[in-house]
Design a protein around this ligand. Structure first.
Ligand code: ADP
Ligand code: ZN
Ligand code: ZN
Length: 677
C-alpha cells in the first residue's frame, strides 16, 4: 500500500506545521497534492488542514503519526503563489501560517460534506451570465483616458496612485482599465481576473451594480463578511476555479484565491478599514501591493485623499501618480466650503443658525442635505447635576452612551447594556441629564425643527438588520429623503445625485488627539464627506455647499480644506513626520498586553523590552493604552521603532519566539505597522 507523509498547516496558535500519514485507499484515485485540503484528527477534534508538502518520510516518530481522515480531491489545489502570499503575510505579521491561510477559506469548504461541495461546483460550472445589453459607457475625458492608458499599458508590476478629486470619475477609470486588461488577455488566448476592493461593505452594492450593468456577459463574484456560508462557498469557488472574471470585495478578499489575477484595484486606498484590527492585523492594501509585485501585474490605488505613505511613494517615484483634477459630470463643481465660527454662533441643540438656514433653503428647493456627526447614540454620557454621578462603564475606562429610543445605556467598548436608570444610582435624583450629543439627539431636534421634512438617520444602530443599510441608501438615491444624518457610514464613496448641502457638526475633537495620524484621518474624512455634495449637474444660479461648525476656524487643517488643497496638506504633514521621525520615514511595531492589573501588563512589557539585545531598534517605555480598561482587562503597550524595515523584521522574528517561549498566561499580541497608537 502506498504511504505518504503530509506536512500540513492547521488553524491554531501553535506556530508550526504538522505531519500526518496518508494511506492510499481504493476510493481515492489520485495522490495528495500540495494545496489540497485534508480532514485531520487534532487532539480530540477533527479539523481541516492545508497540505504544504508531500514527503516520503517524517522526522516524527512513527507511533506518534496519525492518519488523515479524508482528502478533499474535488477542487483544484491552491496555487503555490497563493500559499506564498499567505506565507509572506504570516512572516510579516508574525502569525502562524495556518491562522492566515485557513480562516479565509469558506467554512463549508473546510467542514461540509463532499456532496455539497460537488453540488456547488456544478452550479458554478453551469451558471451562465444572463443575456442583457451593456449599459453605454460615457466618453472618457482626457484625464480619465490618460489614466486608463497608463494602467492598461503597464507591462509587469507597477503601483499606480490614482489621485482623483471626489466625483472625478475614478470608477469609470477602474471599469475601463478592467475591460482593457480582460481584452488584452483574451486576444492572446489567456484568462484574466480582476480584483476590486472597496473599504466598506455598504459600498459593494453600488459598485456591483455598475460592474454588472457594464459587463453583463461577465461572471462577477463578491466576497465580504455578510455573505451566507452557502454564498461564500459559491463565490470563493467561482474565484478559485477561475470562473469569476471580476471579484469585488472588502479587505478580506485580498486573500482570495485568484489563479488568473491580472489587475488589482483598491478604491479609497487611504481608508482605515483596510486595516484588520484583530487577529491577523494585516493591511489589505499593503498585501495587495505585495501580491501585485509577486504576480508581476499592475495595481491601482485610488483616492481623493491618498494616505500619507502612498503620497510619499508617489513623490519618490516608487508609485506612478495619475491625476483626475475635475469632476467628471459637466456642470458639476466641487462644493464651496465654509466655516461657521462656533465662538460667535450659539447652537444649544447642535445646529447653528447659518446651518439651519442653509438646510431650510435646500428643503425649499427640493434638494437633499447631509449632516455628518461621527458619534452614534443620543448622548455620549449621562450625568446627575445634584451629586455629580456620571454614567461610567463599570468594566471600561469609558462612558456608557445613552441610546434613547432603545432606552438603554450602552458601552461601545465592551457592549455592556443597562436600562436607563429612572433616578440617579447614587443620590436618587430623578432629573438625570444627557451631556453632549450624538446622531439620535440631532435627529430628534431636526424633527422638531422641520416637522415636514423626511429625515433619515444612518449609523450602526439604525442598520443592524441585514439589508437595512442598503434599503436606507436606496431611499436616499430614490429621493425619498430630505435630510440624511449619519456617522462615517454616510461619509465615503456614495454617489448621491441630489445632495447639495453637507453640514459637519462637531469635527474639532480630532484636532487634539494623541494619535499622530488623527489629523490625516480627519482631513480625509472631511474631504470625503464634502465630496458627497454637488455631484450632479446644477442649475446656474445654484451651487453646492459644505458648512463646517468649528471653534478653530484658523486651524491650518481647515484652511487647507477650504482651498480643497489635499496636496498642500499632505506635503506639510510629510514635512512634520520627517522632522519628528515618524512613519513613513521610520517603521513601527506595537506589542500590546492585557492583564487583570495594569502593573502586571506593564511588567510583562518591561520584561519583553529587555528580553533580547536590540541594536538599531528603539523600544520605548511601556505605557497604558489611552482607553486603559476594556471589559475588565487592563491594557498597556510597547512601541518599537526602527529606521529600517528589514532590521525591525529581523528583530521581531526571534523576539516573538522568545515571547512565545515565556508561556505567560497573560494575553498579548503584536501589530506590525500599527495605525492606532
Ligand atoms: P469618484 O469615485 O471619483 O468620486 P465616481 O466614479 O463616483 O467618482 O463618478 C462620479 C460621477 O461622474 C458618476 O455619476 C459617474 O457616472 C460620472 N462620470 C464618470 N465619468 C464620466 C464621464 N467621462 N462623463 C460623464 N460622467 C462621468
Ligand atoms: Zn445623583
Ligand atoms: Zn464597557
Amino acid at each position: 500500500m502506498l504511504k505518504k507523509i503530509l506536512k500540513v498547516a492547521i488553524d491554531t496558535p501553535l506556530d508550526t506545521t504538522f505531519d500526518y500519514r496518508w494511506n492510499a485507499t481504493s476510493t481515492e484515485s489520485a495522490l495528495p497534492h500540495v494545496g489540497q485540503f485534508v480532514r485531520l484528527p487534532f487532539g480530540r477534534r477533527e479539523v481541516t488542514g492545508l497540505i504544504l508538502d508531500v514527503l516520503d518520510s517524517s522526522d516524527v516518530e512513527e507511533s506518534k503519526l496519525r492518519n488523515v481522515i479524508e482528502l478533499r480531491q474535488q477542487i483544484t489545489p491552491l496555487a503555490p503563489e497563493w500559499i506564498a502570499l499567505c506565507q509572506f503575510a504570516a512572516d510579516y505579521y508574525h502569525r502562524p501560517l495556518g491562522e492566515v491561510a485557513l480562516p479565509g477559506v469558506p467554512k463549508h469548504l473546510r467542514d461540509a460534506k463532499t456532496a455539497s461541495i460537488d453540488r456547488t461546483l456544478k452550479k458554478i460550472r453551469t451558471q451562465a451570465a444572463a443575456p442583457a445589453t451593456a449599459e453605454p459607457a460615457p466618453a472618457l475625458n482626457d484625464d480619465q483616458r490618460a489614466a486608463v492608458d497608463a494602467i492598461a499599458g503597464t507591462r509587469g508590476f507597477a503601483t499606480h496612485l490614482l489621485h482623483g478629486v471626489t466625483g472625478s470619475g475614478k470608477t469609470e477609470v477602474y471599469l475601463n482599465a478592467a475591460q482593457a486588461v480582460l481584452a488584452q488577455a483574451g486576444s492572446s488566448g489567456q484568462r484574466a481576473q480582476i480584483l476590486l476592493l472597496v473599504p466598506e461593505i455598504n459600498l459593494t452594492p453600488q459598485l456591483e451594480h455598475h460592474v454588472r450593468a457594464r459587463f453583463p456577459q461577465l461572471n462577477i463574484a463578491t466576497l465580504h463578511s455578510q455573505l451566507s456560508e452557502g454564498e461564500r462557498l459559491r463565490h470563493w469557488l467561482s474565484a478559485h476555479e477561475g470562473y469569476a472574471d471580476i471579484v469585488l470585495g472588502t479587505r478580506l478578499a485580498v486573500l482570495a484565491s485568484l489563479p488568473h489575477l491580472k489587475l488589482i484595484v483598491i478604491d479609497e486606498e487611504h481608508d482605515p478599514s483596510y486595516k484588520q484590527q484583530e487577529g491577523l492585523r494585516y493591511s489589505a492594501r499593503d498585501l495587495a501591493v505585495w501580491r501585485a509585485r509577486q504576480l508581476n501585474i499592475p495595481i491601482v490605488l485610488g483616492s481623493a485623499t491618498p494616505s500619507i505613505e502612498s503620497w510619499h511613494h508617489a513623490g519618490s517615484g516608487r508609485y506612478r501618480k495619475l491625476s483626475l483634477t475635475q469632476r467628471a459630470v459637466a456642470h458639476a463643481a466641487l462644493p464651496r466650503i465654509g466655516l461657521i465660527d462656533m465662538e460667535r454662533n450659539k447652537a444649544p441643540d447642535g445646529l447653528s443658525p447659518p446651518l439651519i438656514s442653509a438646510l431650510r433653503d435646500r428643503l425649499a428647493h427640493g434638494e437633499q442635505s447631509l449632516l455628518f456627526l461621527n458619534r452614534r447614540g443620543y448622548a455620549p454620557v449621562m450625568h446627575c447635576d445634584a451629586c455629580g454621578w456620571i454614567s461610567n462603564c463599570r468594566r471600561c475606562t469609558a462612558f456608557m452612551v445613552l441610546h434613547k429610543p432603545e432606552r438603554r445605556l450602552r458601552c461601545h467598548h465592551c457592549s455592556l447594556e443597562l436600562r436607563v436608570p429612572v433616578s440617579c444610582p447614587t443620590c436618587g435624583n430623578v432629573d438625570l441629564q444627557p451631556l453632549g450629543r450624538g446622531t439620535q439627539r440631532v435627529e430628534e431636534y431636526l424633527q422638531i425643527l422641520f416637522p415636514d421634512a423626511r429625515v433619515l438617520r444612518i449609523d450602526a444602530d439604525s442598520t443592524r438588520r441585514k439589508g437595512s443599510a442598503q434599503q436606507a441608501f436606496d431611499a436616499v438615491h430614490r429621493g425619498d429623503v430630505d435630510i440624511l444624518l449619519g456617522t462615517q457610514m454616510v461619509a465615503k464613496g456614495h454617489d448621491f445625485q441630489r445632495l447639495t448641502l453637507v453640514g459637519v457638526i462637531n469635527p474639532d475633537t480630532a484636532l487634539f488627539s494623541q494619535d499622530y495620524r488623527a489629523g490625516e484621518r480627519l482631513f480625509a474624512q472631511l474631504m470625503q464627506v464634502a465630496g458627497r455634495a454637488g455631484r450632479a449637474a446644477m442649475q446656474q444660479d445654484r451651487h453646492s455647499e459644505v458648512l463646517l461648525q468649528t471653534r478653530y476656524p484658523q486651524h491650518p487643517l481647515y484652511r487647507a480644506l477650504l482651498a480643497h488643497d489635499y496636496a498642500g496638506f499632505a506635503e506639510t504633514t510629510l514635512e512634520e513626520r520627517r522632522s519628528a521621525g515618524m512613519p513613513p520615514f521610520i517603521y513601527q511595531a506595537l506589542l500590546r498586553a492585557e492583564a487583570k492589573t495594569l502593573g502586571a501588563a506593564l511588567e510583562f512589557l518591561q520584561s519583553a523590552r529587555n528580553l533580547l539585545p536590540h541594536d538599531g531598534i528603539s523600544i520605548n517605555e511601556p505605557v497604558p493604552m489611552t482607553i486603559t480598561r476594556v471589559a475588565g482587562a487592563e491594557r498597556a503597550q510597547l512601541l518599537l521603532e526602527s529606521a529600517s524595515r528589514a532590521q525591525l523584521q529581523a528583530f521581531l522574528k526571534p523576539w516573538m519566539q522568545s515571547l512565545r517561549a515565556l508561556k505567560t498566561r497573560l494575553r498579548w499580541s503584536l501589530e506590525v505597522d500599527p495605525v492606532d497608537i
